[in-house]
Design a protein around this ligand. Structure first.
Ligand code: FE2
Length: 182
């Protein structure tokens, strides 16, 4: 749910369409965060799309996360959704799909986009599995976040977790004032 990884991790798939450098953080709220991934100038339009879309909406994907883990990607031609749920402390289950498709879901353009989604999800999975191993290393150290347009959504998610975890801690200890994050 951030644009920072698009170019380095998805070099073979998404980088040529929505490179990291063109990503923009979008307004967030108490229950959501999002960003816009603008198309590279060399990327052709991805249609068919609704005629009411603005020029920018025709040339960008908008991703929103409804906390904690429901992600929707509004693309000009299709909408991608992904529901991630914890299965254990170190594993998740993912249910995803494509909606807003033409009347025939077996149309070649739909199947082609689904294949594309599977390709970049495989890239994410491979990297996340390596990350999971790395996080268990005793030499693992936290690093700074990239600027807001690239990793602002990560900051928003961390703030959401702090609000929820702080709230739970406050409920256990009435001496802690409401809204204080411990
Ligand atoms: Fe990804």
């Amino acid at each position: 749910m951030e644009g920072y990884h698009l170019s380095p991790l998805h070099a073979k798939t998404l980088h040529s369409i929505t490179p990291t450098v063109l990503c923009e953080k979008l307004p967030d709220g108490p229950a959501f965060t999002g960003y816009r991934a603008n198309f590279h100038a060399d990327c052709p339009e991805r249609g068919p799309f609704h005629p009411d879309l603005t020029d920018q909406e025709r040339r960008s994907d908008v991703f929103y996360c409804i906390y904690p883990s429901f992600v929707v990607g509004f693309c000009p031609h299709f909408t991608l959704y992904m529901c991630i749920r914890p299965l254990s402390a170190d594993s998740v289950g993912v249910r995803w799909g494509v909606t807003g498709v033409p009347a025939n879901p077996q149309a070649e353009e739909v199947l082609q986009y689904v294949r594309f989604c599977k390709a970049f999800c495989d890239e994410d999975r491979a990297q996340l599995e390596r990350l999971q191993i790395g996080l268990h290393s005793p030499s693992h150290r936290l690093g700074p976040l990239a600027p807001d347009d690239y990793e602002g959504t990560v900051w928003d998610l961390v703030q959401y977790m702090a609000r929820r975890l702080g709230q739970a801690a406050n409920e256990r200890d009435p001496s802690i004032g409401a809204g204080e994050v411990q």
